[in-house]
Design a protein around this ligand. Sequence first.
Ligand SMILES: Cc1cc2nc3c(=O)[nH]c(=O)nc-3n(C[C@H](O)[C@H](O)[C@H](O)COP(=O)(O)OP(=O)(O)OC[C@H]3O[C@@H](n4cnc5c(N)ncnc54)[C@H](O)[C@@H]3O)c2cc1C
Length: 526
Amino acid sequence: MSDGMKPIIVVGAGPVGLTTALGLDFYRLPFLLFEDDAELSRDTKAGTILTRTLEAFRRYGVADDVLAKALRVDEIGDVERATNTARPSVQTALLSEDTRYPFVINMPQHHLEPILRAAIDARRPGALHLQHRLTAFRQLPDGVVASFETPAGPREVEGSYLLACDGGRSTVRAQLGVAVEGESSDVRCLLVDVKVDLDVANPRDYPYLAYFADPQEWMILVRQPHCWRFLYPLGPGVPEPTTAEFRAKVIRFIGPVDEMEILNTIVYRIHHRVANEWRRDRVFLMGDAAHLITPMWALGLNTGILDAISLPWRLAWVARGWAGDGLLDGYAREQRPVAAEGSGEMAEAARKYMAGEAAAVKAMSGTAWANAATRTMLGVRLGVDDAGDWSMVKTDRGPFRVGDRIPDALLHGPDGRPVRLHDLVDDSFVALYFTDVRRRPAIPADGAGLRHLVVSHRDAPLDGGLRDRSLFDVGDRFRRLVGCPRDTLILVRPDDHIAAIASMRAADAEELYRQQVAHAEACSSR
Ligand SMILES: Cc1cc2nc3c(=O)[nH]c(=O)nc-3n(C[C@H](O)[C@H](O)[C@H](O)COP(=O)(O)OP(=O)(O)OC[C@H]3O[C@@H](n4cnc5c(N)ncnc54)[C@H](O)[C@@H]3O)c2cc1C
C-alpha cells in the first residue's frame, strides 16, 4: 500500500466503479467506494462482456469467478432476417494466438456486479459504503473533500483523488459544470428477457449471440445464462408494446414454441453523448459519467471498463513517485477519442449494419480475424504518442504499431513452464528484446517500474548469463505475430499497450521509459 496516501474516493458502485476499485486494490492503492443505493442495481442492463474486459478482470483477479457464472460464446452470428440466411459469422477462435480468452461471454450486469462486490468485500472489508449519496465536493491543493448524505446524517471524507463513476446523470460532472456533447436519438430499444426452452422442447441452432439484420425489423438475440434476451428498435412515437404484442414479436422471429414466459421488459433511449472534459485537477470522470454510448455491440459497459484499465496504473505510478502528475492527463487524452469517435463510429456502424445498410458502413473491418479483433475490443489502438493514431477498428493483421494492445502470447519461461505475456506486464513496464539470446545481448538491470526480458527463438543456454531473463518463443511465432524484425526492442506499458518500438542498436529502453513519463509531462503542460 502507498504509505500515508489519503484514500482515493470512488463514487458509484456500478460496473465501472467496482472494476476501478478492484484495479486500485490490484496496485495496492488505498480507496473507499461510495454508493447511493442500499444495494447494487438489479436493473436489466448490459448482457455481453467482451474479451478486453475479461482481460481486465483477469488482471484484477476476478476473471475465474466471472467465467464460472457466464456463458462463453465463440460465434457472433449474423442472419438476414427476411430470408433467414446466415451470413459469415464472427469466429472468435481466430483470436486463439492473441488472447487466453478467445471468446466473449453473456452474463447479465446484475449477475456480474455481485461478483465484483464480493471480491472487494473479501480483499478490502469495509471499503464499500452503501447509502452514501455524494452531494458536493471541494478540491484542496493536495486532495479532495467529498460530502455525503447517509442515513446517519451528513458525512465528509477527505481523499487524494475523486473518481466519478456515478453514471449518466453524474452529480460530479454537473457540479464541475462540464458540458456533454452529442445527441440522443429518437429511436428507443426494447429489451425482452424470455424463458423459453430452445434446447430440447423447441430445438433451435441459434448462436448464443446473433444479429438478425433487416431494414424494417432488426433484432439481436442473446442467450443469457438463465434466459433468452431479445433486443429490437422501437421507432419514434411508437407506444411500448403490450405483453401480448411482445409475445407475438418473439414468435415472429423464432417461430412457434410450446411455452414461454416473459421475465422482464425494458425500453431505453439510444444516446451518444460524451463529456468534453474528463479531468479537473484531482477529479476524473469515468464510465457512463464520461460517455453515454449506445449499448449496441456491447459498447456501453465495455467502453467504461477501458477507462478502468487506463486510470488505476497511472495513479499507482504517480503515487509511487515513478511518474509526474502529467501521466494522469494521458487518461483523458487516450480514452476520450476512443469513446467520442471510436465507440461512436462503431455504434453508428452497428445501427446501420443492423438496418441492412451494410454498404454504408465504413467501420467494418477487413478480414475475418480483424473483424473478430474489432468486435471483441482487442483491436483498440490508443493514441499513446499524440500522433492521433488511435482506432477501435482493426483492418488487418499487419505489423503491430505503437498504441496497439500487444497479444497475450504464450511463451516458455526459464524454468520450463509456459508463461503468458500479460502476466509479466501486470505491474510493470516491460522492455522486450526480440533477439537471439545466444549472442548475449547487453540487457540493463531491472529498475523501479521497468523490467527487461529477452524473447528468443533459440532457448537461452544455461551458462549464458541470461537464462533467468529470457523467454523461449517456440518457432519464432510471437515475433512473427507482432511483425517486427529481429533485434527490435518493444516497450510495453502495464495496460498491455505498446509504448515504443525501436531498433535495439539505436535505442535504450531506460531512455524510452523516461521519455514516456517526460512525454506525458510535456503534453500536460500545454
Ligand atoms: C437496457 C440496457 C442495456 C444495456 N446493454 C448493454 C450491453 O449489452 N453491453 C454493454 O456494454 N453495455 C450495455 N448497457 C450500458 C451499461 O449498462 C452501462 O454502460 C453501464 O452500467 C455503465 O456503468 P457505470 O458504472 O459507468 O454506471 P452505472 O451502472 O450507471 O452506475 C453508476 C452508479 O453510481 C451510483 N450513483 C449515482 N449518483 C451517485 C451519487 N451522487 N452518490 C453515490 N452514488 C451515486 C448509482 O446508484 C449507480 O450504482 C446497457 C444499458 C441499458 C440501460
